[in-house]
Ligand binder design. Structure first.
Ligand SMILES: Cc1cc2nc3c(=O)[nH]c(=O)nc-3n(C[C@H](O)[C@H](O)[C@H](O)COP(=O)(O)OP(=O)(O)OC[C@H]3O[C@@H](n4cnc5c(N)ncnc54)[C@H](O)[C@@H]3O)c2cc1C
Length: 436
């Protein structure tokens, strides 16, 4: 006999776990199970991410979804004393005049939505980040690469880094304590479609019958049946959605991170830049070119470096299950990222690479904002476009509200959010312009 649940959640990454936590907390009497092909939580892209959080977005929807999630994470760490590895180091977006001007309307919107930002001018930045090159003058390399000068910066103080495995662990423990179950090493091979009323005739469901997703088939073992299936499969959504004719508007793209030693006086000095936060660490710094960024990882004595390679990098519709198939490329770091990075911060020029890895962004190809939508008994959450950890808590709350057929989700802190805004039928969001 196949096991029967009220809710099956596919995916034990941050989206599935935050959803499971809020679903089970709100409906303690329901039988729920989280299913994942990996052997533990956060083994997909959640465990490969840069795990940064910010509330600085151009879109009001992203602002509210991230801001309230960040508040929840701060509440966990600071009030409930749950260690989620959170460090409020801030985000520093370095810009030239034109970029600063283009940011003004976004900054205005952030201010009116209560998102704090601080503007720094070049002289202050020079003092705060000694050794940074702010003007390229007649440099031929800089001209060739089209590197903008640094005329100022936007700083987001309520931004920083956390530990995604610890955060995932918090949600998983809370789910389990509330009665939720896990099925690890369980590969969902298909969503099962069945008639709402089974007639026992051949070929069911027929087109004239009302149908629903009635469970999941597993590659190995008995299927699992449920009244509701929540699909939070991250970059792998299409694999289960396309066979049942549901469009997730999501495509995956490889993203890489490089851990670089912070050795020597200049690198260590940069790592321990004192003026941005109370921790005495450099903020996450985003350069004015190609979204090249670095963040301090003081416990490893390293910086993690990444880059936004928007075009020039293929989409993957149905990614390989094994993320090891997506390897970081040493040459990409040397030829593409390092020339930009070391032009602004020459101390990186000879810094050795300690480790590198890659994962997949799951882009919502419509507007780079996440989605949560219902299709009969199926709820799908994803399309986080590279910022799913920082919005994880809000998405989990939206999933729980969609499950209970509520029009509005109550986000952490009490803000009401209309769930149809990030659905597809009546989608009503502003496209995101500040993507890295
Ligand atoms: C290099 C990199 C840097 C990033 N930096 C940041 C950052 O700084 N901040 C931030 O907020 N976000 C960042 N992200 C994005 C972040 O990692 C994702 O938004 C987030 O992890 C998505 O969580 P998820 O639960 O949707 O997906 P995942 O964590 O990938 O989880 C999906 C899970 O579903 C399971 N699954 C899928 N299909 C099936 C199936 N058929 N059967 C069984 N199990 C299945 C998978 O095994 C997986 O465990 C980054 C991503 C990358 C790759």
């Amino acid at each position: 006999m196949p096991a029967r649940y009220d809710v099956i959640i596919v995916g034990a990454g941050i989206t599935g776990l935050a959803s499971a936590y809020h679903l089970q907390k709100n409906s303690p009497d329901k039988r729920m199970v989280v299913v994942d092909r990996f052997g533990a939580v956060a083994q997909g892209n959640t465990g490969r991410s840069n795990s940064m959080f910010r509330n600085t977005f151009s879109s009001s929807d992203n602002q509210v979804l991230a801001d309230s999630s960040v508040d929840f994470y701060l509440h966990l760490q600071e009030e409930l004393k749950v260690d989620v590895g959170l460090q409020k180091i801030g985000y520093l977006w370095l810009m030239n005049e034109a970029q600063l001007r283009r940011s003004e309307p976004y900054l205005e919107k952030m201010r009116s939505n209560g998102v704090e930002t601080v503007l720094y001018e070049r002289p202050a930045l020079r003092r705060m980040l000694p050794g940074m090159v702010t003007e390229f003058g007649a440099s031929e390399d800089a001209r060739m690469m089209g590197l903008p000068d640094v005329d100022g910066a936007v700083f987001g103080p309520k931004c920083g880094r956390l530990d995604p495995e610890k955060l995932a662990g918090f949600y998983a423990d809370g789910f389990a304590k509330a009665g939720g179950k896990f099925a690890f090493n369980s590969e969902v091979s298909a969503l099962m479609i069945g008639p709402t009323k089974r007639l026992g005739i051949e070929g069911e469901p027929h087109v004239w019958q009302e149908t629903r997703i009635e469970g999941v088939a597993l590659s190995d073992g008995e299927p699992l049946l449920a009244d509701t299936v929540v699909l939070a499969g991250g970059a792998w959504l299409n694999e289960l959605l396309e066979p049942v004719g549901v469009d997730g508007h999501v495509k995956a793209k490889k993203r890489q991170l490089f851990s670089v030693y912070a050795k020597g006086q200049d690198m260590e000095g940069l790592l321990r830049s004192r003026e941005f936060n109370s921790i005495g660490l450099a903020p996450m710094v985003i350069l004015p070119k190609a979204g090249v960024h670095f963040k301090p990882v003081s416990e490893e004595g390293c910086f993690w470096v990444g880059c936004e390679d928007e075009i020039n990098r293929q989409f993957v519709n149905i990614p390989d299950h094994d993320l090891e198939k997506y390897q970081a490329e040493a040459e990409y770091y040397q030829r593409d990222v390092l020339p930009i990075l070391s032009a602004y911060f020459p101390m990186f020029r000879d810094a050795g690479v300690k480790a590198m890895w890659a994962g997949l962004y799951a882009y919502n190809t419509l507007d780079n904002l996440p989605f949560v939508f219902r299709n009969h008994s199926l709820i799908v959450a994803g399309g986080d476009s590279g910022s799913g950890i920082m919005k994880g808590d809000s998405l989990g709350r939206v999933v729980a509200s969609v499950y209970r057929e509520e029009k509005e989700a109550t986000l952490y802190g009490g803000a009401k959010y209309k769930v149809s805004k990030i659905g597809f039928e009546r989608r009503d969001v502003e496209p995101e312009a500040w993507v890295i």
